[in-house]
Design a binder for this molecule. Structure first.
Ligand code: ZN
Ligand code: ZN
Length: 655
């Protein structure tokens, strides 16, 4: 009997009898893998486990521990959703149902234009569980177009997909739905359920089950508003119970922490309709926190050897032509204004202004590195559908720095830049970082090979000496230079991309930047773009969600609230506030016009770090009662001196 030779991802080979499947290979490797296997990849393409392996191929077993495995679970669960809906609503029809991040959706049309309710989702979920308990195998079939059209004769959207894919006209989301070589693949499970699909799927429905249906939304067929409105059901699916529970918990937490909601509750920021989408106004308390973030940033930059600069919000078209923005970034820019016979654009980036500062005089190698820093407000055209509070807006302020240095200075500069970045992020309470190094893309790139190599090595060694976890996005860099992106992980485990350190070999070229070297000759400097928080607004939004509105003491807009128990304690309460204010703390008094319990609760709702209560004994002894945020019980009879001392330590250490 002839044999197959299969190469595994680690380079080792295995011999199996002809006709062996992915499942056989997994079993040959070991019983644990046989149980965990969901699909295989054959020379990089995902396949069902029960398909015969071609001789000489490289095969990887995919389990639920990989993204690909989770993707398969989500995709397969979407089939079961469609199966349940078609079972429960005779005459219903189905369109497409792809996996998405953390889950899946499926689009349906119910007879008579009916819509799903939340109770329906429960019934559908129960029906799905029956399908899963029945452990139905997913069976793959291929059919010619005519046969497939017959099979799906009752389902107009499926027929449309078949016509599109078999005529080769399918594009976008439809392209992945069936096949492109003239025939169509479909899958059958249970007695009568079939769906068009390229696969692959988990071997059987019994491998699914850790899912939840989440919501219903309207969605136009093919995203086209001239087409019928379908009913989309969203769900989430995971490999096990713990992962599902963790995800559902994160969703609840994320909802509670939504910065738009907290911004309104805590009176920090608002987005009046009269301003236009993606444009915010900062209320006094929000502005106070923002000012402290900016002040801290300025202090650190000053200590870090940066020079502060300012630039206008608009500039003539010629600047954006020279910089290239009008070529490659025009879609992201606000439209032009005509003024005195010239065309002006609001700035989408600060870089060309800093270049203009560098260019304003002759530079010598002794002037380098030149580190320019600006809190520069930029305007970018974002589609209204993607605008999201402070996280994605049309006007925001970058903590933007451009460093001009000699090629020889690049490695040291990168190492200190990354250290500086991490140290500032840590001060705001972030501990967990993930970095990505993006390297030279294939094809067209500007800059000499040696420069790319030196800069990429510099970034890599900066990451390594900082001890950061990082992934390499090979070829993922821009055509003008490699970069590092730094993500922080927030309190509920979500990553946020904040900092970028981007080398640029292009702008110095376009603007013809030069410095006089030690040899007396003219040389081209290297430019590094560095945004640390990204934008101050977004950073504020991330902090707000990270802390769920309970800013650490040094950033809290109101650090202490002082509550006299009764009217006769008002004078003492005022003296406590006076003492705190004199020492630079932000303290406020709320007089005894309302019951004490109500005032204490209001202080907690406002997330004030310390709510002090002062009564007879306190007045007599110079003490306070401290209701510290998060503490189980109030601390009574605390000498005011001691309280002030503790506050000073906590602010100083940013804890
Ligand atoms: Zn499928
Ligand atoms: Zn820049």
């Amino acid at each position: 009997m002839s044999e197959l030779t299969i190469t595994l991802p680690d380079g080792s080979t295995r011999n199996l009898p002809e006709g062996a499947t992915g499942a056989d290979l997994a079993a040959d490797i070991g019983p644990g893998l046989a149980k965990a296997a969901l699909v295989v990849t054959v020379d990089g393409d995902a396949r069902d486990l029960d398909r015969v392996l071609p001789d000489g191929s490289t095969v990887a077993i995919v389990t639920s521990s990989s993204d690909e495995g989770l993707h398969t679970i989500r995709h397969s669960t979407a089939h079961v959703l469609a199966q349940a809906v078609l079972d429960l609503w005779p005459g219903a029809t189905y369109a497409i149902g792809p996996p998405i991040r953390d889950g899946f959706y499926y689009d349906f049309e119910l007879p008579g234009g009916a819509t799903f309710s939340n109770e329906d989702l429960e019934a559908i979920e129960a029906r799905m569980r029956l399908v899963i308990d029945a452990d139905q195998a997913f069976e793959r079939y291929e059919a010619e177009a005519a046969e497939a059209l017959e099979l799906f004769s009752e389902h107009r959207y499926k027929r449309e997909i078949i016509e599109q894919v078999t005529s080769g006209a399918a594009s976008g989301e439809l392209a992945g739905e069936a096949s492109t070589d003239g025939s169509v693949t479909y899958y059958r499970n249970g007695e009568g359920f079939i769906d068009l699909c390229l696969g692959p799927h988990v071997p059987s429905t019994g491998r699914l089950g850790y899912f939840a249906l989440q919501k219903v939304a309207g969605a136009y067929w093919r995203g086209d508003e001239k087409q019928p409105m379908l009913q989309r059901i969203y769900g989430t699916a995971w490999a096990d119970k713990k992962a599902l529970k963790g995800h559902l918990h994160r969703l609840v937490e994320a909802e509670k922490r939504d910065h738009r909601r907290l911004a309104a509750e805590l009176d920090l920021v608002s987005w009046p309709e009269s301003l236009g989408p993606g444009l915010a106004v900062w209320h006094p308390k929000g502005a106070l926190v923002r000012k402290m973030i900016e002040d801290y940033s300025r202090d650190r930059h000053e200590a870090g050897g940066y020079d502060f600069v300012y630039s206008p919000h608009i500039a003539k078209a010629v600047l954006w032509e020279t910089s290239g923005h009008l070529d490659f970034y025009a879609d992201g820019m606000f439209p032009p204004m005509e003024l005195d016979g010239a065309t002006y654009y609001p700035k989408p980036m600060n870089c060309p202004f800093h270049v203009a500062i560098f260019q304003s005089g002759q530079r010598s190698y002794r002037d380098l590195p030149s580190r320019l820093f600006e809190l520069g407000t930029v305007y970018r055209y974002e589609l209204s559908g993607v605008i999201h509070g402070l996280m994605r807006s049309r006007g925001f302020t970058q903590d933007d720095s451009h460093i001009f240095c000699t090629p020889e200075q690049v490695p040291d500069e990168l190492a200190s830049l990354l250290e500086f970045t991490l140290s500032v992020l840590r001060a705001f309470g972030f501990e967990d970082f993930q970095a990505k190094l993006s390297t030279r893309p294939e094809g067209k790139a500007v800059g000499e090979d040696a420069l790319w190599e030196m800069a990429t090595d510099g970034l890599r060694s900066a990451l390594e000496s900082a001890g950061l976890d990082y992934v390499v996005d090979e070829g993922g860099g821009a055509f003008y230079g490699p970069k590092i992106d730094v993500d922080v992980t927030d309190a509920i485990g979500r990553p946020w991309q904040l900092s970028t350190i981007q080398l640029d070999f292009n702008l110095p070229e376009r603007f013809g930047l030069e410095y006089v070297g030690a040899d007396g000759g003219r040389h081209r400097p290297v430019m590094i773009h560095r945004a640390l928080m990204g934008s101050v607004e977004r950073f504020f939004g991330v902090l707000l969600e990270h802390y769920a509105g309970a800013f650490p003491l040094w950033l809290a807009p109101e650090q202490v609230r002082v509550l006299p128990v009764a009217e006769e304690h008002q004078d003492y309460a005022e003296s406590v506030v006076g003492r705190l204010s004199a020492q630079g703390f932000r303290a406020k008094l709320v007089p005894a016009e309302e019951p004490l319990g109500k005032r204490v609760r209001a202080g907690k709702v406002a997330k004030v770090p310390h709510v002090l209560v002062v009564g007879d004994d306190d007045q007599a002894n110079g003490t306070v009662g401290d209701n510290a945020r998060g503490a189980e019980a109030p601390e009574r009879d605390l000498p005011l001196d001691e309280f002030v001392g503790r506050l000073a330590v906590a602010v100083e250490s940013k804890s």
